[in-house]
Design a protein around this ligand. Sequence first.
Ligand code: TYD
Length: 206
Amino acid sequence: MEKGLFITFEGIDGCGKSTQIGLLESYLKEKGKEVLLIREPGGTAVGEKIREILLEKKNDSMKPLTELLLFEAARAQITEEKIIPATEEGKVVICDRFFDSTTAYQGYAREMGTELTDLLNGIATAGRSPDITFVLDIDPEQAYARRVGRGGEEDRMEALGLMFQQKVREGYLKLASDNPRVRVIDASATPEEISEQIKGMIDNVI
Ligand code: TYD
C-alpha cells in the first residue's frame, strides 16, 4: 500500500494479540507516528453490526457460506471506509485480524478451501494486502487456559472447540510458509519478549 503502513495481527482465539497490539501502538506513538487501531470483524458502524450477527452464540444455525460472506462484507466496508483513506494519509494502521483470519478459519479449519477464500478476500479488499502480518503462534490448550483466565462468555466461534482451534493453527502455519509477508512469533514467550521481537521487525520496515 502507498505511503502509510498496514500491519495486521493474527492467531487463534486467546493467543495474546490484544496485549501485543497495545504495546506496539504505544511504541509507534512514542516514535511520533499517527496510528489507527481497528479490528475485524467490525471497526466501522456497519461492520460492528455484522460482528454481532457473526459472534452471537444464538446464531448457531448460520451456514458456513453465510459466515464467510458476512466476514467479507465487514471487510469490504472497513477496507474502503478506514484502511485505504488512513494509509493514503500516511498513517500506520494496525488491524486486529484481517483476511488471513478468513484463510485460516474458513478456508482451512472450516474446509471451504483457500481458492474460494483467496477469491473473496481479493474482492473484499480490492486487492489490498497488509505490508506485514504477525501470527502469534500458541498451543490451543494454552490459549484456552488464557481465555478462561480472562473470564467472560465464549462466542459462537470460540464455542467450536479445541480441535477447531488446532485446525486454525495449522492453517496459519501453512499460509505463513507460503508468504514472506507473514511472520510467525512464538506466543508462549513472555509478553515483553514477544513485544521486543515485534518491535525489531517493525523497525526494519519503517
Ligand atoms: P474476536 O472476539 O474478535 O476474537 P479475538 O479476540 O480472538 O480476535 O472474534 C472474532 C472471531 O471471528 C474469532 O474467533 C476469529 C473469527 N474470524 C473468522 O472466523 N474469520 C474471519 O475472517 C475473521 C476476521 C474472524
